[in-house]
Design a protein around this ligand. Sequence first.
Ligand code: ADP
Ligand code: MG
Length: 262
Amino acid sequence: MSTPLPVRPSTAAAPTGPAVARVHQVAKHYGSGDATVHALRGVDLAVRRGEFVAIMGPSGSGKSTLMHLLAGLDSPSAGEIWLGDREIAGLDDTALTLLRRERIGFVFQAFNLVPTLDVIGNVMLPFELRGARPSREERAFVGRLLDDLGLADRLGHRPRELSGGQQQRVAIARALASRPQLVVADEPTGNLDSRTGREVLAILAGAAATHGQAIAMVTHDPVAASYADRVVFLADGRIVAEEGRMDAERIARFMLSLETAR
Ligand code: ADP
Ligand code: MG
C-alpha cells in the first residue's frame, strides 16, 4: 500500500526565494451549462528561481491547462497569475507577449517548430524574436546544448526531415537557448528513448541548478519526476499532494493510488 502524502499549502512546501511564476487560486472551465468542463478548480502553485518542479496526474487532471496558465498563454476563469512581480491580468496583449518572449521558454506536446526554418533557425528564434543578437558566450552555450542534445549534425535539417524524438529535442533546445527565467515543459521526454530522455532530464536539472532557471515540467514518467526538486500531484483539477524530491518507485505507487481512486 502506498503511504498517503500530506497536502501542504504551497507556501509551506516552496523553498525560499522569489517566485518566477505563481498562480493563485486559479480556476479554468471550458464550455457552459451542462457541458461545462472544470479543468482547474482553485490551484495555488509557485515556481521559484533555481527550482525544478514536476507536475503529475492522471490524464485529464488539468496539467496542460495549468502549464498554459502558468506561462501566460491563456487566461483563467478565476484567480491570479503572476510572472515575477507582474499580475498578467493587468497587461495588454503586446506587453504580455513581450514579457513571455523575455522570460519564458516552452516545450509543448505538439512541438510547434517553424516548418520552414532549419534546426539552427528554430533554436535561435527566441533571440531573433527579441531582436537581440546573441553574444559569443550565448552562441557557445547554444552550441554545447545542441551537442548535448545530439543535434549538432542536424543543424541544416528542417523539422519534417527529423524524427519525432529529434523534433522534441529541437523544441527543448529552443526553450533553453536564451536561458529564460522560466521553462515550461509538457511531457518533454514523451517521444524520447530512455537514454535520450535521461540526458534531457539532466539538462533540465542542470538549467535549474547551474543557471538558476525555474523549471515546471509535466510528466507521466515517475523516473522523470524523480529528477525534480518537488513533485506536485494533480487530480480532477486540484493539487492533491506535493512533496520534495521523491524516488521513482514512491512516485509510481502514489500515481497508481490516484488512478485507482477515480
Ligand atoms: P491533462 O493535461 O492533465 O491531460 P488538460 O489540462 O489537457 O489535462 O485537460 C483538463 C480537462 O479540460 C480535460 O477534461 C479536457 O478534456 C478539458 N479541456 C482541455 N482543453 C480544453 C478545451 N480547449 N476545450 C474544452 N475542454 C478542454
Ligand atoms: Mg496534457
